[in-house]
Design a protein around this ligand. Sequence first.
Ligand SMILES: [Fe+2]
Ligand SMILES: [Fe+2]
Length: 198
Amino acid sequence: MPRALEIMKREHLSLNSVLHVLNQLVLDLESGRLRSDDVDYDLFEKIMTYIEEFSDTMHHPKEDKYLFPALLKKTSEANEVILELEEQHRRGIANRKKLEVHIQAMKDRHPGQVEKVIDAMKDYLQAHREHMKLEDHVIMPLAERVLSEEDWAPIDAAFNQNEDPLFGDVPKSKFRKLLSDITFLAPAPIGLGGGRNR
Ligand SMILES: [Fe+2]
Ligand SMILES: [Fe+2]
């Protein structure tokens, strides 16, 4: 399997585990198990930072810049899907920012914000998951089928940078630390709830 595909798949797994924590928070808020006064905003902030810096700044732009153009050049099979994925990348950033506004308003105890956070998060989670599924099940198999070794070279080089502990867009250690913090702070049964008694 081309190196870039391996890295992309691994990045989707990391993102999925962060989205899984977000999903648990939504379920807890919705069921009342987690009261808005008890929300760990540090955890929310870390999750949103991870999504912003890992997904929206590093992962998606590399798909837009390297993978999608290479596919468009090679085949017209996925033209519509790629247009949709590019649009989802743009929409994802706008929706993440909206979500951050709602989280801040919930933190500031504006009335009705808990419901807005729950609804916005559910939409966000569903969209992000469907986006990755489309890439996993349609784009990656197609890329593996039609791209040559020569086509893969610049894509591999771009995604390899994400793996480089020193020369990536953001130091890899930062993501590793964020991920382990998120897992530590995540509510049970996923994480340890930051060691708090729950
Ligand atoms: Fe994407
Ligand atoms: Fe992706």
